[in-house]
Ligand binder design. Structure first.
Ligand code: SF4
Length: 232
């Protein structure tokens, strides 16, 4: 199967009852400013070319962000910052992502989430994280011939990624590497192929950016380092 097939397949998943009802309830109730939107209200596939050497991994869609627009990190402050910085680094065709069909392109970067449906309070349960893991594991397996660097945006992404990376064919060091902003670990490929650089970066959520824990410059530094390491 190729990535387009996988992306289409994930949008039909209903494996987590709590998340299915949350994503659909958000679409019914809507936020006042989005009353004229027909919410996507389904799982969010990854976004970006199938031969991307750099992969960014977040947490889960926001109920009124990607769950509304249908594109990952699109329609909320987290995504506004992320796409602006990607554009600044020459990795996106435009500084903002508005909605599906807006023509935005990513260059050499794929963005994905370990949990594809919007969770209450932005907090998936460990069981939901584990139930969703095969989707990202399959995605990473398909991307593997090209991927040289992965950026985990936040500790949740880091934790969720490690077993998915192992399932996709990279070896995890022991003890398992610990998340931190600026953390960097090289994972050898199990088949002797090129290694993968795993980078840690604080999540781009308003909780981190409004408090100054993560500044745009800090985000840019990690993205630039990871992009250069990936040959971009
Ligand atoms: Fe399916 Fe993942 Fe959504 Fe659960 S979170 S319903 S596994 S796509």
């Amino acid at each position: 199967a190729d990535l387009a097939v996988l992306d289409a397949a994930v949008t039909g998943c209903r494996a987590c009852p709590r998340l299915v009802s949350w994503r659909e309830e958000a679409a019914r109730t809507k936020r006042k400013s989005y009353l004229d939107w027909d919410y996507w209200a389904r799982p969010i596939p990854g976004f970006g070319p199938p031969d991307a050497p750099l992969v960014l991994v977040g947490l889960a869609p926001a109920a009124h962000g990607a769950n509304r627009t249908g594109r990952i990190f699109t329609g909320d402050p987290s995504g506004d910052l992320l796409y602006a910085e990607l554009h600044r680094l020459g990795l996106a065709s435009r500084p903002e992502s508005v909605r599906l069909g807006d023509g935005l392109e990513l260059y050499g970067v794929r963005i994905t989430d370990p949990v594809r449906c919007a969770p209450p309070d932005n907090r998936p349960t460990p069981a939901e994280r584990d139930t969703c893991r095969p989707w990202i594991a399959r995605e990473l397996t398909l991307l593997r011939p090209h991927v040289r660097a992965v950026v985990a945006l936040g500790g949740f992404a880091w934790q969720a990624l490690l077993p998915a990376l192992a399932a996709a064919g990279w070896q995890l060091p022991r003890p398992r590497p610990v998340f931190g902003h600026g953390a960097r670990v090289s994972l050898p490929a199990a088949d002797g192929g090129p290694p993968l650089e795993l980078h840690g970066c604080y999540h781009v959520s308003p909780r981190n950016t409004f408090t100054g824990r993560l500044t745009p410059a800090m985000l840019r530094d990690v993205l630039r380092t990871a992009a250069r390491g990936a040959g971009l």
